[in-house]
Ligand binder design. Sequence first.
Ligand code: GLP
Length: 240
Amino acid sequence: MEIVIVPDAPAQGELAAAAIADLVARKPDAVIGVATGSTPLPVYQALQRRREQGLSLDRARICQLDEYVGLPAGHPESYREVVRREVLDRLGIGDDRFMGPDGSAADVVQACADYERTLAAAGGVDLQLLGIGTDGHIGFNEPISSFGSRTRVKTLTRQTRVDNARFFASLDEVPQHVLTQGIGTIMEARHLILLATGESKAEAVALAVEGPLAAIVPASVLQLHPHATVILDEAAASQL
Ligand code: GLP
């Protein structure tokens, strides 16, 4: 695992965007896995700037990591809409080059299996961006998720619902259930880039990077990945 400590979030965004630019230069139709949350936003902004300066993403494909269950299609906080706003619209990528699990499906268990098949048919994920929850989760794989898990329905912990309540009018509106790529699914991506900023992530980062491999800290699985890059700001690195 490669750990890179940079001064701030914009520098983090530049570094991750550079890795994505290198990838699409080598493989124009690369599958890029994006994450939601606040942390990766500077990456998408940096990619937008690079695109304005000539970076071509004309064949790149985007896939989603996770999704809330039960939000109506088009809900502004559904991750599909967040990815549309923050990634697809910004980078001029159409729906035909986007893949995501359907959290509004009548049969969400089937939607998980369908998404696994979609990712496999796309040839797998070339580069997956990840944030980290304050409890060490990746995607929506909460503590004690199996390291071998596939895309499935999960129940959020209260902590994660509280952390994500800032995007909703109240805690009650944060869905209880989600669909998430499993840890085993995430680990099949050929390059993982985990980003963390701020003091609130410092403990989870230290446990993930320097602690024992443990299902209680889902992000610790990155220690097993052959190509994992962890990009931190000074505050997120403060307990290393
Ligand atoms: C959510 C997402 C994760 C994300 C996490 C941290 O739980 N499912 O993919 O990493 O939030 O979000 P933030 O970057 O806003 O701290």
